[in-house]
Design a protein. Structure first.
Length: 301
């Protein structure tokens, strides 16, 4: 028998959210939240596991956020499968919603973080970051978690959500969870399920080039333009089905191009073919990150 508490709408979840704040004992329960589009995988599982270990309640939300997806696109996921995975990793409560509840006709309030929305992933999909951050903040306002967990696979979202939560005085601690990678360096991702061996080797080369960049900085390379050109050349030699969109080094706060190669910085790469847009990066916030690479969770298979 399932122990997962399921709420199929915001309306039906609201009494539960209210009950957290009104415990008879007066004791406040801690809530860890994980907000997703659906199609959960082991990467989401790690976020859920940490939420469950560090809080009284581990709450997962699933909603294919229409404002960060292409208009008219269909996001494929199975609610049943997502609920099973969430429960397997320790979730206690699970909320889903609909476009009618989340973004009804006339909705017109979005998070604006200025020029950051024109950089990294958002230079390819201009609406993506605004949609991701707005969606995440709205879920946190509704669920009012003690802590909310974001994977460092999506560096742009993780850093922007943390900034927005701070700017808006949310009483939620934003917890960044290390990127989870397969042995070949490819980050675990819903979009990369079932990818063929050829394209997979190309995406593994993306990570190899990021590591080449980090190690070059560590060995004393300080000319940013020449390093980026070296990285582009190395990567281009390994791409056939994918087109290189950019290789860049940016400030970890504004995502503006960084003129020097000292932490904090983000090395970031984007490639694209007919089916997949792939973004990968190394978030180097400290000299320790530069020395050893950012914390990473490596999968055995």
């Amino acid at each position: 028998m399932s122990s997962l508490n399921f709420y199929p709408s915001l309306k039906e979840a609201r009494p539960f959210i209210e009950s957290i704040r009104t415990q008879p004992s007066g004791q406040k329960l801690s809530v860890g939240s994980v907000h997703t589009l659906g199609a959960l995988h082991r990467g989401h599982g790690e976020l859920i596991r940490r939420a469950a270990e560090e809080n009284d309640i581990a709450l997962v939300t699933v909603y294919p956020n229409k404002i960060q997806l292409f208009p008219g696109s269909v996001y494929e996921y199975s609610l049943e499968q997502d609920m099973r995975l969430a429960e397997e990793y320790g979730a206690t409560h699970f909320i889903t919603s609909s476009d009618q509840e989340m973004f009804p006709e006339g909705y017109n309030t979005f998070i604006n973080q200025g020029e950051a929305y024109t950089r990294l992933n958002s230079s390819v999909f201009p609406f993506a970051a605004r949609g991701q951050v707005t969606g995440a903040i709205r879920w946190m306002i509704f669920t009012q978690p003690t802590r909310s967990y974001y994977g460092m696979k999506n560096i742009e979202q993780a850093l922007l959500v943390k900034q927005a939560a701070s700017d808006l005085l949310l009483h939620t601690e934003i917890c960044h969870v290390p990127c989870i990678r397969h042995k070949d360096g490819i980050p675990i991702s819903s979009r990369l399920r079932g990818i063929a061996d050829g394209p997979r080797r190309e995406l593994a080369a993306v990570y190899e080039v990021l590591e080449f960049g980090r190690k070059s900085i560590l060995s004393g390379h300080q000319d940013v333009e020449s390093l980026l050109e070296l990285m582009k050349t190395r990567l281009s030699e390994n791409l056939s089905s994918f087109k290189l969109l950019y290789v860049t080094s940016v400030d970890s706060n504004s995502f503006a191009f960084k003129e020097n190669l000292t932490p904090p910085l983000v090395l970031h790469i984007a490639v694209q073919n007919e089916k997949i847009s792939h973004f990968d990066g190394l978030c180097l916030l400290s000299e320790e990150d530069l020395l050893h690479g950012p914390n990473t969770i490596w999968l055995d298979n």
